[in-house]
Design a protein around this ligand. Structure first.
Ligand SMILES: [Zn+2]
Length: 101
């Protein structure tokens, strides 16, 4: 666990890139704060997740958009030059079915 000295929030990774202001409360708020060029990708990831796991709840956890069903199923976050996607094994299974691996 790493605590940001500027905003006091804690993260899994040391020096985690994040927005130091008040944490976004909704997925929409989160995405709207990201660089303009990243936003279409983030919305696309969100809709892909929603169609794969339609009964999951959308929330913010660890300051990241999170797909939740009794626990965090899949989370994603925008960085300067990439998007991080953090699925748990159940989410991997859901997507494996969808893309036919
Ligand atoms: Zn901070």
């Amino acid at each position: 666990m790493w605590k940001c000295p500027k905003c006091g929030r804690t993260f899994k990774n040391t020096n985690q890139e994040h927005y130091c202001g008040e944490a976004p409360k909704t997925l929409k708020e989160y995405i709207e704060r990201q660089p303009e060029q990243a936003q279409p990708y983030l919305w696309q990831i969100n809709s892909t997740i929603k169609s794969a796991i339609p009964d999951a709840v959308e929330k913010i956890s660890w300051s990241m958009p999170t797909c939740w069903k009794k626990h965090n199923l899949i989370q994603f976050t925008a960085f300067k030059k990439h998007i991080g996607l953090y699925p748990d094994p159940e989410a991997v299974e859901a997507f494996t079915g969808n893309i036919g691996i």
